[in-house]
Write a protein that binds this ligand. Structure first.
Ligand code: PGA
Length: 251
């Protein structure tokens, strides 16, 4: 069942990209249009400053857009923050919540991530809810427990009419060039699947569980062929059309 789910390949540009980077979107669109065999759904989450322009540039193409974070509230006195409705207004269909960089840099805990995911669902967005253990957690044998706790706290009871997306990103694999072994990925994704099914039933069966952390053209095929891996969340390799297309084509 879970490997028959249509894969989702999501690009996370993080705090990278000025207007000139939109040229990569034109290149990616041309590659996707020219290739008949692409199976994956594709989304790019650019910095907020590029979201509306990217949504305009990708309209009518197979590329959807998403935000990298949203506030828990729909509007109000929150200087510098962006609500889920604002992301929708700028053309987004997805939003990443609870990325480990947000959890670490902005002290976001599971309750905050859950409230953000619920705000996203309320606004009609599909949240990509991130979880993942640190190297210390893994070395201590606590990876499953830590990820289980993050899932329990970050995934709310509000069901998404458009489906649930979880991204498993071991913190030590992000931007480091290190990736988890295929066996470790398979074990963790099976663990996440069983927790989701236990908690949510059919929604858990159909949820997409993405792997993230140094996914690149050279390792994408093996990772994406792993049981219960239903796509990838790609940072560095999503910034260049050639690399990102190679990951998409591997799904
Ligand atoms: P990376 O980032 O692919 O550059 O490791 C992944 C992520 O943080 O989403």
């Amino acid at each position: 069942m879970s490997n028959s789910i249509r894969p989702l390949v999501a690009g996370n540009w993080k705090m990278n990209g000025l207007a000139a980077a939109l040229g990569e979107i034109d290149a990616l669109k041309s590659k996707l249009t020219a290739s008949a065999g692409v199976n994956a759904e594709v989304v790019i989450c650019p910095p907020a400053t590029l979201l509306e322009r990217m949504s305009t540039a990708t309209a009518g193409s197979p590329i959807a857009t998403g935000g990298q974070d949203c506030h828990t509230a729909s509007s109000g006195a929150h200087t510098g923050d962006i609500s889920a409705q604002m992301l929708v207004d700028a053309g987004a269909q997805f939003v990443i919540v609870g990325h480990s960089e947000r959890r670490a840099d902005h002290d976001e805990d599971n309750g905050t991530v859950r409230a953000k995911a619920e705000a996203a669902i309320e606004a009609g967005l599909i949240p990509i809810i991130c979880v993942g253990e640190t190297e210390t957690d893994r070395e201590a044998g606590n990876a499953n427990a830590v990820v289980g706790e993050q899932l329990a706290g970050s995934v709310g009871d509000k069901l998404s009419p458009h489906g649930l997306v979880i991204a498993y990103e071991p913190v030590w694999a992000i931007g480091t060039g290190k990736t988890a072994t295929p066996d470790d990925i398979a074990d963790m994704h099976a663990h996440i699947r069983s927790l989701l099914v236990e908690r949510l039933g059919a929604e858990g069966e159909g949820a997409r569980i993405l792997y993230g952390g140094s996914v690149k053209p050279g390792n994408a095929a093996e990772i994406l062929a792993t049981a219960n891996v239903n796509g990838a969340l790609v940072g560095g390799a999503s910034l260049k059309a050639d690399d990102f297309f190679a990951v998409i084509a591997a799904a």
